[in-house]
Design a protein around this ligand. Structure first.
Ligand SMILES: [Zn+2]
Length: 142
């Protein structure tokens, strides 16, 4: 494991804190919906310069929303059995599908970045110098 790579547990814990998964620095977000282009501490580019990079984050958001819906709806059906309030569950489900993706949005971005860093560790070219234009990271001697 290189100095640029943290263990998976550290990556995911940093992501759950909405910090840069690689270094734990931050903040990674300027607002609930706006992530910085790179980490202000270590300079890791959050989109890793790949087109469509955040599709993985949207997939995690969709899967997490559906899992939360199944858990809440299932609990409501079990709790109110034998006569579940189907109409309330229907409208509640629609509201849940609108609200939950917004509520979990930042975590799905940092968690996806942690997943990506787990399988594709950061390399020197994934980093920009934080807050210093023209600064370059020292090259690794081979
Ligand atoms: Zn960082």
């Amino acid at each position: 494991m290189s100095a640029l790579q943290r263990g998976p547990l550290t990556l995911y814990l940093n992501a759950l804190r909405l910090r840069c998964p690689a270094c734990g620095g931050g903040p990674a977000f300027t607002s609930w919906l706006h992530m910085l282009p790179s980490c202000p501490t270590c300079g890791l580019r959050f989109d890793r310069e790949i087109r469509g990079y955040w599709l993985g984050s949207y997939t995690i958001n969709l899967m997490a929303t559906e899992a939360i819906w199944v858990a809440l709806c299932g609990a409501a059906v079990v709790a109110t059995w034998p006569e579940p309030p189907w109409t309330a569950l229907e409208f509640g489900s629609v509201a849940l599908m609108i609200v939950v993706p917004f509520l979990i949005f930042p975590w799905t971005k940092t968690l996806y970045l942690a997943v990506d860093l787990t399988f594709r560790p950061a390399e020197e070219e994934d980093f920009t110098a934080p807050h210093e234009a023209g600064f370059q990271l020292p090259r690794r001697r081979s």
